[in-house]
Design a protein around this ligand. Structure first.
Ligand SMILES: *[C@@H]1O[C@H](CO)[C@@H](O)[C@H](O)[C@H]1NC(C)=O
Ligand SMILES: *[C@@H]1O[C@H](CO)[C@@H](O)[C@H](O)[C@H]1NC(C)=O
Ligand SMILES: *[C@@H]1O[C@H](CO)[C@@H](O)[C@H](O)[C@H]1NC(C)=O
Ligand SMILES: *[C@@H]1O[C@H](CO)[C@@H](O)[C@H](O)[C@H]1NC(C)=O
Ligand SMILES: *[C@@H]1O[C@H](CO)[C@@H](O)[C@H](O)[C@H]1NC(C)=O
Length: 582
């Protein structure tokens, strides 16, 4: 029965942290529930959950179904021995991050909250996808994850012990609007959860930074019209955004509309979004139907935000979206063709979102030349006006970069053929292309191979920041809204003392922070903050829990989902103690 082979998520190694390709055998596509478009009763909501619950929704461990109060006398314990390898004692020892620099951690609702049915929350497309086709999520699901929904007070204390000044989290749209759409009911209990979460941060002197959308589309809007494949999403999202801005806009002063929309739109190439393709959309074109819808949705939400600010209804703050991707380096620096591939990856991976917003309301020329208008809708002049300038700062999730090599078929043959597996970027994605021809070496220490990417390429951070700030300048400066490293083989280690010795991650983080200081002091980059991905191990989407990005270990088989600090947590804390301005 499971016969059709689907390439669900095929992402270039160069463009993202979550770089992996995965083939999922499926039979006839599972069908989405019937969308609820009126009435919106409890029975309707139960019906949506029944479509998810074929495999059952997990129960939270019995002793953590109430909010755990912060631990009294909280202490992180002594530093690990052989702290900070001496070769990392760099020329940056006396340098400081500028005053007001944001030092923070970053999370996403689906990956950490759990409590998916609590407080009247509606199901998201991830709840549905992971339960209907468990293989899609490594036989795991977002039901409990790290149970932050109940453990956030303790978690905030644990993060506070790191000395952070800020905490970036995402709000789950289906927690606020269980059915997603404008005109459907708003969950007061859902709103209250984030009130409490935000208040707890503020009470502890930590500034909240909120993201409106980190991939958890309400199941009901996917069932109704395919979510970001249909322009109806603009109004529905704007309604959600407006409710959230008005509720939290006096306390939250830094906002992101979307997280990594380039990655998110690529998900439309497969399950579960392919269950609801409009006529004429297929796996090749769906990601490019999504892109203009997200850009427009972003721009309209930003207008709403700015209007609320100017009407004095909420505090003056700032808003942008979190970009992802990187400019690679040429595999062969002497090859003009590889140089061109570098520019293609930059334009098609980052520029496709950044140029409209930061430069001229339009896509980069290489994008226009490669992707026909019938697939990537062009913006009207009116749309361009609201898109251009729709961000107050630049935000990038800056993980690894890679080497870009010309594909065997050549750029032109690839760019003009939508059926080419390398279209539209036209970069050779084979593992053999992942190093530098000039030196024969890898670009940096590899992260866990489960991610098929994610190396320590910190030495290229200044190159990235110089490129981004000159190509997409923003008067509000630039923020690194995520960076982090999946420690190789961490999931295979049996003992806590082995797990917490995460030396490769520590080296990466310190290396990276050293480069960030040099970017600020030598290159005069207006870098205003960095956010670590992530404070605790979590549910890494399709890869599940075996991928470890946390500064803290989470024991997923212990009843209390016990947390433990890794060495990297101490490294980062001490680094900032030394380098943060008072
Ligand atoms: C920790 O709490 C206990 C009571 O639970 C108290 O006796 C002790 O003095 C506290 N220690 C510190 C260092 O605050
Ligand atoms: C978009 O969604 C709306 C509302 O469900 C629907 O009426 C319309 O036909 C959809 N448009 C396309 C192009 O699928
Ligand atoms: C998808 O549709 C486009 C035209 O809209 C077509 O050129 C392309 O071959 C189709 N791709 C697949 C995989 O069917
Ligand atoms: C995780 O918890 C289980 C159950 O409490 C325990 O047996 C195991 O040793 C723990 N693992 C680690 C790495 O601490
Ligand atoms: C939950 O219960 C288990 C077993 O009774 C206990 O070992 C664990 O410490 C408890 N966890 C919390 C967070 O209270």
């Amino acid at each position: 029965m499971w016969s059709k082979l689907l390439n669900t998520v095929l992402l270039s190694v160069i463009t993202t942290q979550l770089a992996f390709s995965q083939s999922i055998p499926v039979g006839p596509l599972p069908s989405l529930p019937t969308a609820v478009t009126s009435g919106y009763t409890q029975q309707d909501l139960d019906g949506l959950w029944q479509s998810v619950e074929k495999g059952g929704v997990s129960v939270v461990p019995a002793n953590v179904t109430h909010v755990l109060e912060p631990v009294a006398n909280f202490s992180v314990g002594p530093d690990p021995p052989r702290f900070r390898p001496s070769y990392l004692q760099a020329s940056t020892d006396s340098l400081k991050f500028p005053k007001g620099f944001l030092y923070g951690v970053s999370t996403a609702a689906t990956q950490v909250e759990g409590g998916v049915k609590e407080g009247g929350r509606g199901p998201s497309i991830y709840d549905w996808g992971c339960h209907i086709l468990p293989l899609f999520c490594n036989n795991e699901n977002p039901d409990v994850t790290v149970n932050e929904y109940y453990q956030y007070k303790q978690d905030i204390q644990r993060v506070k012990a790191m000395g952070v000044t800020t905490f970036s989290f995402s709000i789950a749209w289906p927690r606020i609007l269980p059915f997603g759409t404008k005109g459907s009911p708003v969950s007061e209990e859902g709103l209250k959860f984030y009130d409490d979460f935000i208040d707890e941060l503020l009470k502890n002197g930590i500034e909240p930074v909120a993201t409106l959308f980190h991939w958890d589309a309400p199941l009901n809007i996917v069932a109704q019209y395919g979510a970001f494949l249909n322009s109806s999403v603009v109004d529905d999202f704007n309604n959600y955004a407006s409710i959230v801005f008005q509720r939290y806009g006096k306390k939250v002063k830094t906002w992101h509309t979307f997280n990594e929309p380039r990655v998110y739109c690529s998900f439309y190439a497969g399950f579960p979004y392919e269950s609801k393709y409009p006529d004429g959309v297929n796996t090749t074109t769906a990601p490019f139907t999504c892109i203009p819808n997200i850009i427009k949705t972003h721009a309209v939400a930003v207008q709403t935000y700015r209007n609320l600010v100017s009407e004095g209804k909420i505090a003056k703050g700032k808003i942008a979206l979190k970009h992802n991707g990187a400019k690679p380096v040429p595999f062969d620096p002497n090859s003009e063709s590889d140089q061109e591939v570098v520019e293609r990856v930059a334009d098609l991976g980052v520029g496709i979102f950044s140029q409209p917003i930061y430069v001229d309301g339009n896509y980069p020329q290489r994008v226009l030349d490669t992707i026909p208008a019938r697939i990537l809708r062009r913006f009207t002049e009116e749309e361009k006006k609201i898109i251009k300038g729709s961000a107050d700062f630049y935000a990038i999730d800056a993980y690894a970069t890679g080497a870009a090599k010309t594909p065997p078929e050549g750029i032109e043959a690839c760019a003009s053929n939508m059926g080419d597996p390398n279209w539209p970027n036209c970069v050779d994605t084979s593992p053999a292309a992942g190093h530098s021809l000039a030196t024969g070496w890898a670009l940096g220490a590899a992260g866990d191979l489960i991610t098929r990417g994610g190396a320590d390429t910190s030495q290229l951070l200044r190159y990235q920041l110089n490129w981004l700030t000159t190509t997409y300048p923003s008067p509000g400066g630039i923020y690194i809204t995520e960076f982090g490293f999946a420690e190789p083989f961490e999931a295979m280690l049996p003992e806590l003392y082995q797990i917490t010795w995460d030396e490769r991650r520590s080296n990466y983080l310190l290396d990276y922070l050293n480069e960030a200081l040099l970017a600020i002091h030598e290159d005069k980059i207006d870098l205003r903050g960095v956010f670590f991905w992530t404070p605790y191990d979590n549910f890494e989407w399709n890869l599940g829990t075996p991928v470890k990005y946390g500064l803290q270990h989470v024991n997923f088989s212990s009843p209390g989902l016990d947390r433990a600090y890794k060495q990297s947590f101490f490294q980062v804390r001490n680094f900032f103690e030394q380098h943060l301005s008072n």
